[in-house]
Design a protein around this ligand. Structure first.
Ligand SMILES: [Zn+2]
Length: 85
């Protein structure tokens, strides 16, 4: 399997299973590794628990993923609410 044009972090932190994914919160916007059939990679989190509920920013489709699957597909945050008031 060949990795695409993914940048490697200069800090050398491996991004296999991002620990960041564990901090996901409702209203976060996240980018996943695989695109939704509509072509969008970006999702808004609508529910957090044992399962992660997400709404596609491209087509507004809602899905529920087990947390383990979510963490595997997670790529990065577009916006992340940890430090809010
Ligand atoms: Zn979609």
């Amino acid at each position: 399997m060949v990795k695409g044009s993914e940048k490697k972090s200069k800090a050398g932190s491996e991004m296999r299973l991002s620990p960041l994914a564990a901090e996901v919160m409702v209203e976060d916007h996240v980018r996943l590794r695989k695109p939704h059939p509509c072509g969008s990679l970006d999702w808004r989190i609508v529910r957090v628990g044992a399962d992660i509920g997400m709404r596609c920013l491209g087509c507004d489709h809602k899905v529920l993923l087990p947390r383990s699957i979510f963490e595997r597909r997670f790529k990065s945050y577009l916006s992340h609410a940890t430090n809010q008031i």
